[in-house]
Write a new protein. Structure first.
Length: 566
C-alpha cells in the first residue's frame, strides 16, 4: 500500500513507547491570539518577545500506561497537551522546537485530522468542545468527520452510552445538561473515536462521585485494552487513586519532576498540590502543629462558629417552597426548596450532577424566576426587583468562565461591572485593583482574558464579580481549574472580606466544604435532603452514597479524630 504524504513516519520506538517527547519548547507568537485558531504558520523563525509557555520538556510513556501531569495554574500543562494533540502548531501560532513521537512515529507536519485517528482529547471546559445540539449528535460528530459508516457509528454510540451510563440522555439537548453531564458527554465523544492515546484535561472537575467512579472505570478499561492515557488534574488525590505509572510535575513551564507516585509524594509541596491528608501531614517538620492548624479547628467546630446576634436577625436571602421547571412540558428541576441565609454565613451547596444546584442559585440572582414559591433578598421579593437591582446586591460567577468573559483586556473585564453600576471612578480603580491583587491576576492587566489558561480565566471571572462589591457572592464551582495554593488563598480572602454579608458556592470538593464553610446544603433530585454543619452532614455514609459524594482522605481522618475525642 502506498503511504500518504501525511502518514506517520516509522521510528524505532514503534510498539514500545506510546508517547515520546524530547527537548520540547514552545513560545506563543501573540498570547492575545492563543485561544483562537490561526491560519498563519506556527513555525516562523521571526523573533518573539513572549516568554516560553513550556521549555525543555522530555519524557517517554510506554504503551498502555497512565501519566498524571500536575502543577500550578498557568504552568504550561494545557500547552503541553496542545503540542501532543497537534493544536500546536496547527491552530496556535508560535515557535515550536523539540521532538514528539506518538506510537513511535513522528508527528511533525501532520494535520489535526490525521492525528485524530491516533490521539483524542477531552478539553478542560466542555462548553468549548460540545457542538452537537443533542447528546447523540455530539457523540456522532467526530465519526461523521472521519467518514465512519453509519452502521458502525450506531454501534459505537450505543456502546459508549452504555459504558458511561448515558443511555437515557441520548436524545437530550446538550444545552439542558448540567456542567458535569456535559463533561461526561464530551468524554463519550472522544472514547467513541477509539484513538490509541487519550488526553484528559481536568476530567474530574464538575463531576459527582458516581460520575468520577464511571470515568475511573472507563480509564481502567482503556488501560486494560492497552490504550495510553495522560491526565492533567488539580484534584491530585482523585487521580492518584488510578495508580498512574508516572507523574510529571511542572512549574513555570518547566519540568520539575518526572517519576513514580512514591517519589512524587516525597517531593511534592502540599501548599502547591493537594495531596492525601496522610502525605500532607508527613511533610511538616512538626506534625502536631500541622494537625492543630488544619484538623483540630474543623473537628472542634471552631471555624463554623458565627455571630449569634447575626444569626438571630432577619435572613438576608430566603427561599420559600421554591419550585422550578424550564417549560410546562418539562419535569420539575426544583421541588419545594426552603432555607434561609443569615448574615455572615459561608455555605457549600453539594449534590449529584443534575440535582438542581445551578438552577437554585440562579433563582437568587433573578436569572430564573420560581414557577412556584418565592425568593426574598434583604426582605424584598425578587419578583419585584429588576436584574440590575439584583446585580447591585448579589454577584454570581458562572461555572464556565467562557460564559462570562468578553472584554479585550483583563482590566476592562474587571471594570465593566462597576462602571455599569455607576460607581465613582476612584472607587472603580480601587475595587478593580483590590480584586486583581486578591485573585493574583494583576500581571495580566493588558492581556486578553482569552489568552489565559482555564484556571486563570476562572480567577478573572471571580475578580470581575468581586470588583462589583456585592453583598452576597454566589460561586459555581469556584475551584475548578485552580491549583491548591490559588484556591486556598482566594477562599481565605473571601472569608475575610468585611463588607461581604454571605458567601454561597456550589462544589463537588468535600474538602473545600470542610475547611471553609459553616454550613452544607445537600440537594438531590431537586429537593433539600440535608442542612447543617459540614462534619455533621458529611458523617452519614448512607447519605453520601445516596447523593453521589465520595469521602476524601481528609473527611475520613477528621471523622476518626472526632470519634477518638468522643
Amino acid at each position: 500500500m502506498t503511504k500518504q504524504p501525511n502518514d506517520l513516519q516509522e521510528a524505532p520506538e514503534a510498539g514500545q513507547i506510546a508517547v515520546y517527547v524530547q527537548g520540547l519548547s514552545f513560545r506563543y507568537r501573540s498570547l492575545d491570539d492563543e485561544p483562537e485558531p490561526q491560519k498563519e504558520s506556527a513555525t516562523s523563525a521571526e523573533p518573539l518577545d513572549q516568554p516560553r509557555a513550556i521549555e525543555d520538556i522530555s519524557f517517554s510513556l510506554p504503551k498502555g500506561e497512565l501519566m498524571l501531569i500536575a502543577g500550578p495554574s498557568g504552568c504550561g500543562k494545557s500547552t503541553l497537551l496542545k503540542c501532543l494533540n497537534g493544536l500546536i502548531p496547527n491552530s496556535f501560532p508560535g515557535m515550536l522546537t523539540g521532538e514528539i513521537r506518538l506510537e513511535g512515529k513522528a508527528i511533525s507536519g501532520l494535520t489535526l485530522r490525521d492525528l485524530a485517528k491516533n490521539i483524542g482529547t477531552m478539553l478542560q471546559d466542555p462548553d468549548k468542545q460540545i457542538l452537537g445540539s443533542t447528546v447523540e449528535q455530539e457523540i456522532a460528530f467526530g465519526m461523521e468527520n472521519l467518514n465512519t459508516p453509519r452502521a458502525e457509528m450506531n454501534r459505537r454510540i450505543q456502546e459508549v452510552l452504555k459504558q458511561l451510563h448515558l443511555e437515557h440522555y441520548r436524545k437530550r439537548a446538550t444545552f439542558a445538561l448540567s456542567g458535569g453531564q456535559r463533561q461526561q458527554v464530551a468524554a463519550a465523544g472522544i472514547v467513541v473515536l477509539e484513538p490509541s492515546i487519550f488526553l484528559f484535561d481536568e476530567p474530574f472537575a464538575n463531576l459527582d462521585a458516581r460520575a468520577v467512579d464511571e470515568l475511573e472505570g472507563l480509564i481502567a478499561a482503556l488501560r486494560a485494552q492497552r490504550h495510553t492515557v495522560i491526565i492533567v488534574e488539580h484534584r491530585v488525590e482523585e487521580a492518584l487513586s488510578l495508580n498512574p505509572e508516572k507523574v510529571l510535575l511542572m512549574r513555570d513551564g518547566r519540568q520539575a519532576f518526572f517519576g513514580d507516585i512514591k517519589a512524587f509524594l516525597e517531593i511534592a509541596d502540599p501548599t502547591q498540590v493537594k495531596l492525601p491528608i496522610e502525605a500532607t501531614l508527613r511533610t511538616f517538620s512538626d506534625p502536631a502543629q500541622a494537625k492543630a492548624s488544619l484538623v483540630n479547628p474543623i473537628v472542634s467546630g471552631q471555624h463554623t462558629q458565627k455571630d449569634q446576634s447575626a444569626q438571630a436577625a432577619s435572613p438576608i436571602l430566603k427561599f420559600e417552597n421554591v419550585h422550578y421547571r424550564y417549560s410546562v412540558f418539562a419535569d420539575e428541576i426544583l421541588r419545594g426548596i426552603s432555607f434561609d441565609v443569615q448574615r455572615g454565613e459561608t455555605i457549600a451547596l453539594l449534590g449529584p450532577n443534575g440535582a438542581g444546584k445551578t438552577t437554585l442559585v440562579k433563582q437568587a440572582l433573578g436569572l430564573l424566576r420560581p414557577s412556584q414559591g418565592a425568593v426574598s433578598l434583604f426582605g424584598e421579593n425578587t419578583h419585584k426587583l429588576s436584574v440590575a437591582q439584583l446585580a447591585s446586591r448579589i454577584g454570581y460567577v458562572f461555572q464556565s468562565p467562557s460564559a462570562m468573559l468578553f472584554a479585550p483586556t483583563v482590566r476592562k473585564e474587571l471594570s465593566f461591572g462597576p462602571e455599569n453600576l455607576r460607581m465613582p471612578t476612584k472607587q472603580i480603580e480601587m475595587a478593580v485593583q483590590k480584586a486583581a491583587d486578591a485573585l493574583n491576576i494583576s500581571q495580566f492587566d493588558e492581556r486578553s482574558p482569552f489568552s489565559l489558561s482555564f484556571g486563570q480565566q476562572k480567577r478573572v471571572a471571580i475578580a470581575s464579580v468581586l470588583a462589583m462589591q456585592s453583598k452576597i457572592l454566589l460561586l459555581d464551582e469556584p475551584t475548578a481549574g485552580q491549583d491548591y495554593r490559588s484556591y486556598i488563598i482566594f477562599m481565605e480572602y473571601l472569608r475575610s472580606l468585611p463588607d461581604l454579608d454571605a458567601l454561597l458556592f456550589i462544589t463537588h470538593d468535600l474538602d473545600l466544604a470542610l475547611r471553609f464553610t459553616q454550613r452544607v446544603l445537600l440537594l438531590k433530585d431537586g429537593k433539600l435532603v440535608a442542612d447543617g454543619p459540614p462534619l455533621q452532614v458529611l458523617s452519614d455514609p448512607a447519605l453520601l452514597e445516596e447523593c453521589n459524594l465520595r469521602p476524601t482522605s481528609l473527611l475520613r481522618y477528621l471523622l476518626a479524630e472526632r470519634n477518638a475525642v468522643a
